[in-house]
Design a protein around this ligand. Structure first.
Ligand code: DGL
Length: 274
């Protein structure tokens, strides 16, 4: 369990439970980075596929769902630390969740700050249609990247492609090229501002070209989680891993096969009423 300690942050035992939340499978890209550092923790991955895609959801609907779902699961599973592994949600729900929960809540937002230090020409932000219009994203750009031009693409189709790839489908590179075309040859750093996109990183790289640096927030999030725990938290045997959905997932069999590579069992459905 995690309890607030005076100087180091949080005390952790072998029982430490981490909740990772997203609308779909994108958060697995963040989970992968965290569990590479901290394999012995207990991981509970919850995805709200009943309301997928979050990038096209009304503000109020999204905040209400995330607040209710996350708070319910935190209580039910006695969670110690929450990771909102979704840029679309993190850019609006973090203050409200932090006000309601007494445990740490780590969010994922587009890596504009590191991108602005790395770019010489221009930055590309690839995210969901909602994330590119968020006030939070605008502030990140104002604060950290005023001197570099930013080109933004908000696409739900890219999110779908990542969902499809995880279930074994091949990505149509022509289609990807059509979506990313407007930023091709115009940028030198691209921010993967949706947690689904590291799952199709190789394909994005092949379309944008090897000279474009792709960055995401996964490793930084893993470092942040680690910094909130005691040094011994990552040691020991592999912990418990469970994955829950709010609706029966499409191509469930194929999804379950893919989940074995993340060392998760089959998806459990937990229909959820707001
Ligand atoms: N994975 C999510 C993100 O990081 C959102 C995908 C969606 O449901 O639109 O933004």
């Amino acid at each position: 369990m995690i309890g607030q300690s005076n100087s180091v942050g949080y005390q952790v035992s072998q029982q430490t439970k981490i909740l990772i939340f997203d609308s779909g499978v994108g958060g697995l890209s963040v989970f992968k980075e965290i569990e590479a550092k901290l394999p012995a923790l207990n991981y509970f991955y919850i995805f709200d596929n009943a309301a997928y895609p979050y990038g096209e959801l009304e503000h109020e609907t999204l905040t209400a769902r995330v607040e209710t779902l996350v708070c319910q699961y935190v209580k039910k599973l006695d969670i110690d630390l929450v990771v909102i592994a979704c840029n679309t949600a993190s850019t609006i729900v973090l203050p409200m969740l932090r006000a309601r929960l007494s445990i740490p809540v780590v969010g994922v937002v587009p890596a504009i700050k590191p991108a602005s230090n790395l770019a010489n020409k221009a930055i590309g932000l690839i995210a969901t249609p909602a994330t590119i219009t968020r006030q939070y994203t605008r502030e990140l750009i104002n604060d950290f990247s005023q001197s570099k031009p930013i080109k933004m693409i908000g696409s739900t189709r890219l999110v779908d492609m990542a969902e499809e790839k995880l279930r074994g489908a091949a990505i149509d590179l022509k289609e990807l090229e059509h979506i990313l075309g407007p930023m091709k040859n115009n940028i030198d750093v691209a921010v993967l501002g949706c947690t689904h996109f590291p799952l199709i990183k190789n394909e994005i790289q092949s379309v944008l070209g090897s000279e474009v640096l792709l960055i995401d927030s996964g490793v930084a999030i893993a470092r942040r989680v680690e910094s909130l725990l005691t040094p011994t938290a990552g040691a020991g045997e592999q912990g418990q891993r469970e994955i829950y959905s709010t609706a029966p997932p499409w191509k469930e069999k194929a999804l379950n096969v893919a989940l074995t590579s993340f060392k998760f069992d089959k998806v459990r459905h937990h229909p959820f009423e707001i």
